[in-house]
Write a protein that binds this ligand. Structure first.
Ligand code: NIG
Ligand code: FE
Length: 406
């Protein structure tokens, strides 16, 4: 039996496609069995798919229909928070100083090691509720606060379980090389990641990607290469945190390995942008991180000149505590001076490239998952224009209404 959803009467439907955003006024979408089957003017779509025959009909009058947002970089599974570190940073302490004092990532590692899997699932589901309310229907979630076989497996199992329980679709990334645990030296820990953690994760089939924090004082380019090559041999496609605080060559490594994405890129150069573009690596910008650390944003102009589309993500983690892709879009425009259309593409179709999704996620193409958002704005330009509030009215996942404002 077919299940039919019709969203009709939208003031505008905005459809990200290659290089542009196509718009349709007074528009409708039909979704059958969870997949988009019709997009166009309301009269045309409702003639073929009358709302009165639908299992679910959504009147989007006056609103804008968009694909659900895809958040391609989060560290959303953790325990505790670090609000006090935020206050210390406001008083002038740097992220690196906090790390050197035993705060930062290693503090969250201690909290995660003590937490049960059930607590981690429940924390993650709470954050997913917030993400969904702000329009995210697909998100990548990294491990990396465990740093041992058991604790990394616990985090990844929590992601798998939350994915089964929650309407936001999750893609899991193994990030054992996120920090070096207390009392270990870096090369020995890299051996442990490669010899123990990676095989255990691959055996359990609980991660799609492998990521590394390639950064001065964390993992060098050579160490990152070892981890990512070992991961690739086990079927986990590489991603990388590159050129965030210092430019040490992570972007070049990403290009060389044909990584799926290279993320952060605050210190990237024109040559890095070109190398990534030539290698087909999707650059991912995380404007929330620059915003909260009060550092300059990554430079979209470098990547535009290189002909590379960039994705935008939240980087949601205890240091960058925002689950909202709406806010990431606001920052992409207000902070990085991206156009509303480019920011929307970055948060949808290009973000899905950063996760190597080829099923139409992040688009409203025929056959794409019926993941969409009705925003309470007359057109997509108003989304970042009306910043600092939530404009998301209704969210559908696989054609079902999963969130409504108010
Ligand atoms: O992407 N840079 C490394 N990882 C995270 C921060 C994680 C944390 O501080 O807990 C990031 O910003
Ligand atoms: Fe990150």
């Amino acid at each position: 039996m077919t299940s039919l959803t019709v969203v009709h009467g939208a003031a505008q439907l905005a459809r990200p496609s290659s290089g542009t955003v196509e718009t349709i006024p007074d528009a409708a979408v039909a979704i059958a069995n969870g997949a988009v089957v019709g997009v166009g003017p309301t009269d045309d779509v409702t003639r073929e798919y009358p709302p009165e025959n639908a299992d679910t009909a959504v009147d989007a009058s006056g609103g804008t229909v968009l694909p659900g947002f895809v958040d391609p970089h989060t560290h959303a599974v953790f325990a505790g928070d670090r609000a006090d570190e935020f206050t210390a940073k406001l008083r002038g302490k740097s992220y690196q100083e906090i790390m050197a004092e035993g705060g930062g990532i290693l503090r969250t590692v201690r909290a995660v090691r003590e937490a049960s899997r059930e607590t981690l699932v429940s924390n993650l589901c709470d954050h997913l509720d917030t993400m969904l309310a702000h329009g995210t229907t697909t998100a990548e979630v990294k491990s990396g606060y465990g740093l041992s076989v058991d604790a990394e497996s616990k985090l990844l199992a929590a992601i798998v379980e939350a994915d089964a329980r929650h309407p936001v679709d999750l893609i899991a990334t193994f990030m054992g090389a996120h920090a070096v645990p207390d009392g270990r030296e870096t090369d020995g820990y890299v051996d442990h990641v490669i010899e123990k953690q990676l095989p255990a994760v691959a055996d359990q089939g609980i991660a799609t990607f492998c990521d590394v924090f390639c950064e001065a004082g964390v993992f060098s380019v050579a160490q990152s290469r070892r981890v990512l090559e070992a991961a690739r041999d086990l079927g986990l496609a590489p991603k990388i945190h590159a050129e965030e605080f210092e430019r040490i060559g992570g972007a070049g490594l990403a290009a060389d390995l044909g990584a799926v994405s290279a993320d952060h890129l605050l210190q990237a150069t024109a040559a890095d942008a070109e190398a990534l573009a030539d290698a087909g690596v999707t650059p991912v910008f995380l404007p929330g991180t620059a915003f909260t650390l009060d550092t300059p944003y990554a430079d979209p102009g470098l990547f535009a000149s290189a002909g590379a589309d960039v994705a935008v993500a939240t980087d949601f983690n205890p240091n960058c505590f925002s689950q909202s892709m709406e806010f990431a879009i606001d920052l992409a425009c207000h902070g990085m001076r991206m156009s509303p259309g480019d920011a929307l593409r970055s948060a949808t179709a290009v973000a899905s490239d950063a996760l190597a999704l080829d099923d139409g996620t992040g688009t409203l193409d025929a056959g794409a998952p019926g993941d969409l958002v009705v925003a309470d704005v007359p057109d997509y330009e108003h989304l970042p224009y009306n910043f600092g509030v939530s404009n998301i009215e209704t969210v559908l996942a696989d054609g079902e209404v999963v969130s409504r404002a108010g």
